[in-house]
Write a protein that binds this ligand. Structure first.
Ligand code: MSP
Length: 615
């Protein structure tokens, strides 16, 4: 038997609690006074209201105090069992691009990320590294921050679940759920995957009770735990999903969630008797709170300031509910089933949407710390720079689906798109402008484009990019921006301004206008690509003669045709994105028969692009 509740105790406890337990926090009395009622499930589902609309006094309005619409976006809080790998970086890159896009729309964005630091998995990895858990967490949590800096991740809040402010919020939340009669004590016996930090159903396991995600055997456990009464939220959850199907995205993940719920929700254990490294259960220091019941609260505790009095009410007033939880598909159940039920129990609003993206894979297997088949993000960024890494993964992997990494493909894509289509077009145009117009625009871009179909094409593509960003179709958004670049290149090739300049007179005047048109296209590309490749966009902007401050104040409105004016002086042309050259050594290796090749990484040479300081 995979999991067994102590049913007599469960049933006995079920009789004790009336439905409307007030939400006020009560002191914890004795360990045996847990209250839970089956009546709750039916009365709640018959009205459905409380669960569905969550009209808690703690709910916030959509708009912030300054009137700007809020957009609160989260990444998962990453386990600190090992330093980040490319899989963890992927969610954060996507989140950063979405946050940057929403900022361009003028929204007041709160972009939350952080680290999940409690539980058995972390304690074990600290011990394996010969560190105490706190030291270990400091070290690994810092490596996440360092990577985010290297990848140009502009988060607003970084929460660590070992922060004292987080602990205060978790305890208050636990107390609310308890006061609502949703926590009871029982025995549990089952098969546990430490890497997932989850009890598993026998039917979902592979041979030898192996976890399908981590390919390692689960261990048999028997514990006396506190349980969360998830089962009583079955009906409300079903109703939420049928009334608001966009709660789970992409749409194809909704069916999966609905079928989990339909197959019957079982209460889950929210404490651990055998794990010291965690937040103590209020009134029972012998148990710690289950790492998921703790970590999910990070999305709320992150909202508070360090020097503030910590309370759920304050935290919630600062930005809850989240507009979007961005997660990998492996943790969908926690976010789309457990978390909403927990929030309902505590009388808090539900997040607006949960998006479960796919996996980065290596040889078809999920890339992960536990499997040890990871790709080193620090190495990638150092070799290729943040823009290439960000662009490649967002462009290459349709957001929501899985995607495999190969270095050859990486080089091919970034060279073709960023170095050739975008970088080269800018470089050629600025070169011609310098040679023929003293790097000065001869006319406003609006006047230059009169009667030119390219302007309409660009406007349509900008709209396409915007819609795709809004729908989180990040790859298609990149594609639309690249199409703008293609349109610019075609225009350049058709018009051949270098020949027109040679002809002189009216032809040369037309050629000078053509350069204005192409540079306007480049300017629009810089704005539209800035959520994905912010450094590259800044370099483009700088070469168009703008200051860093001017770049920082761009909005999506700046994708409108007409930003460049006659008389504006462009900067010195210099490659904004250096082509990645495969070393001759690598090419030689490529020619050798397969088994004579070294298994090590190929050598590549990247000419360093102009730095931001130079730009
Ligand atoms: N700590 C939990 C999340 C708690 S959120 C309150 C956790 N951490 S994790 O470090 O294991 O995973 C964090 C995220 O990284 C998850 O969304 C997971 O899907 C994502 N990825 C980990 N490996 C991945 C790939 N190989 N590819 C894409 N994303 C993957 O789960």
């Amino acid at each position: 038997m995979a999991a067994r509740l102590n049913t007599p105790l469960h049933n006995a406890l079920s009789l004790l609690n009336p439905f409307n337990t007030p939400l006020s926090t009560k002191p914890f009395s004795s360990r045996n006074s847990f209250r839970y009622s089956k009546k709750l499930a039916s009365s709640q589902s018959s009205s459905g209201k409380r669960a569905l609309y969550c009209t808690s006094s703690l709910g916030i309005h959509e708009n912030g105090v300054d009137g700007a619409e809020k957009f609160v976006l989260t990444t998962p809080l990453y386990y600190v069992n090992a330093p980040p790998h490319m899989g963890s970086a992927y969610t954060t890159i996507a989140a950063d691009s979405i946050a940057r896009f929403q900022r361009l729309l003028g929204k007041k964005v709160i972009f939350i990320t952080g680290t999940d630091e409690h539980g058995e998995k972390i304690a074990t990895s600290a011990a394996a590294n010969g560190r105490n858990p706190a030291e270990h967490c400091d070290l690994i949590s810092q490596s996440y921050r360092t990577l985010w800096k290297e990848l140009d991740i502009a988060y607003d809040k970084f929460i660590r679940t070992t922060d004292p402010k987080h602990e205060a919020i978790v305890k208050e939340f636990y107390a609310r759920v308890y006061a609502n009669g949703d926590i009871y004590r029982a025995d549990y016996e089952g098969l546990y995957c430490v890497n997932c930090e989850e009890y598993k159903d026998e039917k979902e396991l592979l041979e030898n009770n192996c976890c399908p995600v981590h390919q390692m055997p689960c261990v048999a456990r028997k514990e006396d735990n506190y349980f969360f009464a998830l089962s009583k939220y079955q009906k409300p959850l079903e109703e939420i999903l049928s009334q608001n199907p966009r709660f789970v995205q992409p749409s194809y993940r909704l069916n999966e969630v609905q079928s989990w719920i339909k197959s019957g929700l079982r209460d889950f254990s929210i404490s651990r008797a055998l794990v010291d490294w965690g937040i103590p259960v209020p009134d029972d220091e012998k148990q710690t709170i289950y790492v998921w019941f703790d970590a999910l609260l990070g999305y709320i505790s992150a909202l508070t300031e360090d020097n503030e009095q910590q309370s759920l009410e304050t935290a919630v007033s600062l930005g809850w509910p989240a507009s979007l939880h961005l997660i990998g598909k492996d943790i969908l159940r926690f976010h789309a089933v457990y978390w909403p039920a927990m929030l309902m129990s505590a009388g808090l609003n539900l997040p607006k949407a949960v998006f479960g993206h796919g996996f980065l894979t290596k040889d078809g297997m999920k890339m992960g710390k536990s499997l040890g088949n990871t790709l080193e993000p620090f190495e990638l960024v150092q070799k290729f720079g943040p823009d290439a890494v960000r662009y490649f993964f967002l462009r290459e992997v349709e957001f929501g689906n899985d995607g495999d990494y190969s270095e050859d493909r990486f080089i091919k894509i970034v060279n073709a798109h960023l170095a050739n289509t975008i970088g080269n077009l800018l470089n050629r145009t600025l070169g011609l402008l310098k040679k023929n117009c003293e790097s000065t625009l001869v006319v406003d871009s609006t006047i230059a484009a009169e009667g030119i179909p390219l302007k309409d094409t660009v406007e349509k593509l900008v709209e396409k990019a915007r819609t795709n960003y809004e729908n989180l179709s990040l790859s298609s958004a990149c594609e639309a921006v690249l199409e703008i670049g293609n349109a610019g290149n075609s225009y350049m090739d058709q018009r051949a301004p270098w020949l027109l300049f040679k002809q002189g007179g009216v032809s040369a005047e037309a050629a000078a206008k053509d350069l204005v048109i192409i540079l306007e296209v480049m300017r629009i590309i810089a704005v539209a690509l800035s959520p994905v490749a912010p450094c590259l966009s800044l370099r483009i902007y700088s070469q168009l003669g703008y200051s860093v401050d001017q770049f920082k104040s761009i909005t999506w409105n700046d994708t409108k045709w007409g930003g460049l004016n006659g008389g504006q002086v462009m900067a010195q042309a210099s490659p904004v994105f250096a082509r990645i050259e495969l070393n001759p050594e690598k090419n030689e290796e490529e020619k050798k028969p397969k088994d004579s090749k070294k298994t090590g990484k190929s050598k590549v040479k990247v000419e360093q692009p102009q730095t931001l300081a130079e730009a």
